[in-house]
Ligand binder design. Structure first.
Ligand SMILES: [Zn+2]
Length: 575
């Protein structure tokens, strides 16, 4: 039978506040265990939480970016459960009065836009971390030294652990669990989607789009290696054509990477559809993902909200979010990805596909814009208009398309653009050069630069090639100083930090040769050395041209002007 996959996400994101959500302890990652704790986040009796306003600011910010309705009245509740890394035996969270509800996030899969609805976003506190240390005779050395490091960090538990350590060493192959409460109380935003996702591709697009949006709004650094962004997948299957949701679903918690989430979806799709085919009844359950074995295992049957005995947190006041607060946050929101895509298409005349890739991270979009700004052209009667173009986002494409549709250079200019008639022809060509350079810049970034950055695991802001130097390279191709082939070599030199494109080309003597005599000599040599292809081309076989041009470019070490080479071959062999 054919099935449809139904996926919803609960995404946990640690907010980038300097201090925890209910106390003044630092949220810094990577310090020795239990050095960022106080009576409040240790859950000691008599301590009282105080809400961190910045955490609420960030939650509102994320909510607005996700088009949520921000609830003006919000309050906290206790979610009761026992776990060793949860010292209070309850987590302060939100159930009935969350920060935001009813938002959405747009994703693009195979060029098609899809809206994923957001049920709610709510603020809660993160738990601590359990560290399970296993050591025995075979692997004693490294793990027991890891444990010793832990020992010195866990100063209060030091003597207890030392005793335990020696006891365990003699027992061999024992298991020891340590708890680090540095993370306990870090503000956590939970973003709960509706079950609108239908495939692993859509799931990956959703995770990427969400991460991108959170990075744009700067509410979190979303560092997955530090566990700042974690995924929980809810997944079920129904026969294709059925409209109501299945009466079961599996929740797979605590996925630390998008790759794991994608693997979980693939695994669960196989497991669930196989079970449904066999007529087995599937249960509502919570499952754990075993990364090493690549499978999920049932942990417990699904608990319901009432199992947690939620009740209002008596130690915190209710929070009223007024207009002024909301507007203050709204005013600081940056341009978000969807708006940026629209602007990139309008301002730079880029295809939507390019705009989507370039805006996939704020840093990459900034890189493109810095490079585009560096692509300036010769000052001319255009300069006034040029500066108008750089300040008005939509002017370039409007003007460009207006110009392109004008059949004759004598047609009157659209009056909105310029009250005075300007020489249109050179302007048109300058604009199309600019237009094609802006597109060429996009191509260089999407292919060469992104590949190199990925290989080196670098962010666009850490690129070894500055936006200005990449723009310089594109300009040198556009004005014919170097060929596209040489440009790749210049790019490789720039990657190694050997300076700006102009000085590299000068040092290496890579300037394109446009001297007719020199190019003609290369052409004559190639024709003489390859009589077969030369005859074929002369007899009308166009394919032979590529071969001859290739030979000439090789002989000239890429420096012959390709247009000139083409013209000369045609002239010599076909008259
Ligand atoms: Zn604390």
């Amino acid at each position: 039978m054919q099935y449809e996959t139904i996926i919803g996400f609960e995404v946990h994101v640690e907010l980038s506040t300097a201090t925890k959500v209910f106390c003044g302890c630092s949220t810094k990652f990577g310090n020795p265990a239990n050095t960022q704790v106080c009576p409040v986040c240790l859950g000691l009796p008599g301590s009282l939480p105080v809400l961190n306003r910045k955490a609420v600011d960030y939650a509102i910010r994320a909510g607005l970016a996700l088009s949520c309705r921000i609830n003006r009245h919000t309050e906290f509740e206790r979610k009761n459960y026992y776990y060793p890394d949860l010292p209070k035996n309850y987590q302060i969270s939100q159930l009935r009065h969350s920060i935001g509800e009813g938002g959405h996030l747009d994703i693009i899969v195979d060029g098609r836009k899809k809206i994923v609805r957001i049920n709610n976003i709510h603020l809660e506190e993160d738990a601590g971390k359990s560290i399970h240390v296993e050591y025995g005779p075979g692997k004693g050395a490294s793990t027991s030294s890891a444990l010793s490091t832990q020992h010195s960090a866990l100063s209060t538990q030091h003597s207890a652990l030392s005793t335990q350590h020696s006891a365990l060493s003699t027992q061999h192959s024992a298991l020891c669990s340590l708890v680090d409460l540095n993370r306990a109380g870090t503000p956590l935003l939970e973003i709960v989607s509706e079950p609108d996702i239908r495939s692993v591709e859509e799931a990956v697009a959703y995770m990427n789009a969400l991460r991108n949006l959170l990075l744009y709004t700067q509410v979190s650094d979303c560092n997955m290696h530090e566990g700042r962004l974690r995924f929980e997948v809810n997944i079920s299957h129904r026969p294709l054509g059925q409209t109501e949701l299945p009466n079961f679903r599996s929740e797979i918690k605590n996925l630390a990477s998008m790759k794991s989430a994608a693997r979980v979806i693939e695994y669960e799709t196989r497991r669930q559809t196989r079970a449904l085919d066999k007529g087995e009844a599937l249960r509502h359950d919570t499952r754990l993902w075993d990364e090493a074995r690549g499978r999920t295992e049932t942990m417990r049957s699904k608990e319901q909200a009432h199992d947690y005995r939620y009740f209002p947190e008596p130690d915190l006041v209710e929070v009223e979010i007024d207009d002024a607060w909301l507007e203050r946050i709204r005013a600081t929101l940056p341009e978000l990805p969807a708006a940026k895509i629209t602007r990139f298409v309008a301002q730079y005349g880029l295809p939507e596909y390019d705009a989507e890739i370039l805006t996939a991270s704020r840093a990459l979009a900034d890189y493109y814009e810095a490079a585009a700004a560096a692509l300036t052209y010769r000052p001319s009667p255009l300069s006034a208009q040029h500066s108008a173009l750089s300040t008005d986002p939509s002017a370039l494409s409007t003007q460009h398309s207006a110009l392109s549709t004008h059949p004759s250079p004598l047609s009157p200019q659209p009056s909105a653009l310029s009250p005075q008639p300007l020489p249109l022809s050179p302007q048109h060509s300058a604009l199309s050069t600019q237009h094609s350079s802006l597109k060429a810049l996009s191509n260089w970034i999407m292919t060469e630069l992104l590949r190199e950055l990925n290989d080196r695991n670098l962010e666009p802001s850490e690129s070894p090639i500055s936006p200005e130097n990449l723009a310089g390279l594109v300009k040198m191709i556009a004005d014919g100083t170097i060929s596209g082939k040489i440009a790749k070599d210049v790019f490789a030199e720039m990657l190694e930090g050997r300076g700006d494109p102009k000085s590299i080309v000068e040092q290496k003597g890579w300037v394109q040769v446009k001297d007719t005599g020199a190019v003609e000599a290369w052409v004559d040599d190639a024709i003489a050395a390859n009589p077969g292809p030369a005859r074929e081309y002369a007899e009308g076989k166009d394919r032979a041209l590529g071969f001859l041009v290739g030979r000439i470019m090789k002989a000239s070490k890429g420096k012959a002007n390709p247009q000139m080479v083409n013209d000369l071959i045609r002239k010599k062999l076909r008259g």
